[in-house]
Ligand binder design. Sequence first.
Ligand SMILES: [Zn+2]
Length: 242
Amino acid sequence: MLIFYVFLLGLIVGSFLNVCIYRIPRGASVSFPPSHCPNCKEPIKWYDNIPVFSYLLLRGRCRVCKIKISFIYPVIEIITGILYLLVYFKYGFTILTVKYIIFVSILIVLGMIDLQTYYLPEKLTFSLIFLGFALAFISDITILQSFLGAATYLFPFFMIYAYGESILHKSILGFGDLELVAGIGAFIGYRGYFELHLFFTISFVIGAIVSVILLIKKQKGRKDMIPFGPFLVLAAIIMILK
Ligand SMILES: [Zn+2]
């Protein structure tokens, strides 16, 4: 029964994450005004704002102006629900589940914003770093591990940021990626060289596979930019669920 509530919580928070993903890059407040249709600006009634369910009932259209609403919205809600469940299965009825659902929630917002805008808002990356340190007090790592995590996760990516461009003639990472990776390190904490190496490898392997697929499908040319943030987000989620 608890499983059902964890999933439901994920759907509801996922609905709020959608608001954040849409509004934060536009510099808008996430709490005001209440949800409205991006086309006709008509406020969305509470009964039309039920995660996933309302989308299916209205067949993905605004009730008032009938414009198509992106299917990304219910997908984000379902992904959030599933990730909450996976965190719960891994950490059980403990404070760690709370810590890691906060982590996963911020990562979803950052990953989606980077995917859509090629930009990681500083407000969010610094919140991630700060929360990583703060939540170390109630978690399975010490505050020292949290600081060390931020520094050691940052280091290899900083080297790539600083020297990668002169070797590859192409910048792979932006400054926002460095802030994101420091936040991930602060949350996961330093747990030995193997873990650090694993995170680094997973993010680059996923990045390489996706880039090759995009190149083959000709969706991206050699000179196009591919945001690296979503790969860091995926790698971080794999690290806490493995
Ligand atoms: Zn509308």
